[in-house]
Design a protein around this ligand. Structure first.
Ligand SMILES: *Cc1c(COP(=O)(O)O)cnc(C)c1O
Length: 401
């Protein structure tokens, strides 16, 4: 999006505000499906947790996407957005049997990631086909917070427990219709991905009634200069070839599924915030914006570096700034960052603010969550109102004291 368009949105809807470019979401979706156009049955299930606004979900549904959900509430949100139950996969971790039963009754694809629930669910509902999430024990990327396929990860059923899975399946007569893995969100190169895929293929051979293989996600998008980006086109070629060979051996054209979140929405998002104070200290110049980790926690939680542009002065000379928020806590968005000269009142745009930004926001310091705007067909449309004081008090119960 153009800086001018973003600036107009900040003026019209106030700050802070999240803006999503529908065109970018669409082009990312098409890029992924194009890379796999030699696969007969491809299914992209957008990971709702990355950005769960109902209008964004509807946009993705319109593109032909399914939905990957991790809670019963995300399932309900998907249904409310118009996804039919069979296009929703439910991949929870550590939830109760009751929640999984509720999801099964809604008709969505169940994905189970532990032996205890597998045995209980299979015993009670042998007729409901289930997908199994395996843990291939692949260390993808260096960050153990977001790498979820390694040996100590809480996710998935270990591939060393396949004999136990098979015993449960045989005892309960349940049907396994899919095998799933999600190795994490920090894939460094596609060879790691392909290596993990081999483990998925090996696992799949044990099951006779499969309909799909779900390779999860982990596609990297660039955040800062020099970042590695997953080469989707090359990955598409290599995995397609391998997948089609596997289907021949297996004797059936299976569906190849992915569940990207970040890849589809990260780069489509901008977070716009206003500079309240420019504060010169003995060591740096702070630019303090009308936000904090209550609105955008990724820099503090994961050390993610979101590029920051001063859209009020894009041509100004560059200076070094520490961009921080207004929360009573250290809330550093960027340290020693080169940004076009900032004056109080300027609007800063944070890039890559589509994935895991609004969806991780909170009311900390009793601040309102920001508004969300969709830039669609050259028009800015409000898709979530800024919260008000009523929202802060909404569920609080004031007792007599
Ligand atoms: C979060 C999640 C995804 C999406 O990961 P991205 O890195 O955003 O693409 C996919 N599958 C599952 C099971 C997840 O939990």
């Amino acid at each position: 999006m153009l800086e001018k368009q973003l600036l107009n949105i900040a003026q019209e809807f106030g700050s802070p505000v999240y803006v999503y470019d529908s065109e970018k979401i669409t082009s990312q979706y098409k890029r992924l499906t194009n890379a796999f156009n030699k696969v007969k049955h491809l299914k992209i299930n957008y990971a709702a947790k990355a950005l769960s606004n109902i209008s964004v979900l509807k946009l993705l549904k319109g593109l032909g996407s399914g939905l990957d959900t991790v809670s019963i509430q995300e399932v309900q949100l998907g249904l409310a957005a118009g996804f039919s139950p069979e296009t929703i996969i439910y991949t929870p971790n550590g939830v109760s049997l009751e929640e999984i039963e509720t999801a099964a009754k809604l008709g969505v694809q169940i994905n189970i990631d532990n032996l205890s629930i597998l045995e209980q669910f299979g015993t009670k509902y042998p007729k409901v086909p289930v997908c199994i999430r395996i843990n291939p024990h692949v260390m993808a990327g260096g960050n153990t917070n977001i790498s979820v396929g390694h040996i100590d990860s809480k996710f998935g059923i270990s591939i060393h427990q396949i004999p136990h899975i098979l015993r449960i399946v045989e005892n309960t007569k349940m049907t396994i219709n899919g095998i799933h893995m999600h190795t994490g969100s920090d894939i460094l190169d596609i060879d790691v991905f392909l290596y993990a895929s081999e483990i998925l293929f090996d696992t799949a051979k044990h099951f006779k009634n499969l309909e799909f293989l779900d390779f999860g996600s982990g596609f990297k998008v660039p955040y800062k200069e020099g970042d590695i980006e997953t080469n989707i086109e090359e990955f598409g070629k290599k995995l397609t070839k391998r997948f089609n060979t596997f289907c021949k051996e297996y004797g059936k054209e299976l569906t190849l599924a992915f569940e990207p979140g970040k890849f589809l929405v990260s780069e489509a998002g901008y977070f716009l915030a206003k500079v309240n104070v420019v504060k010169q200290t003995t060591s740096t110049v702070f630019a303090q914006i009308d936000s904090g980790f209550n609105h955008l926690i990724r820099p503090m939680l994961y050390g993610s570096q979101h590029e920051i542009v001063n859209i009020s002065n894009p041509k100004g000379r560059e200076r070094f700034y520490s961009v921080v928020g207004y929360i009573c806590e250290t809330d550093t968005f960027a340290n020693n960052r080169r940004i076009n000269e900032i004056a109080e009142g300027d609007i800063l745009a944070f890039k890559n603010a589509g994935a895991y930004c609004y969806s991780m926001s909170s009311n900390y310091n009793s601040r309102y969550r920001p508004a969300e705007v969709l830039w669609h067909k050259e028009q800015a449309q409000l898709i979530r109102k800024r919260e008000t004081f009523e929202d802060i008090l909404k569920n609080q119960v004031e007792i007599e004291l």
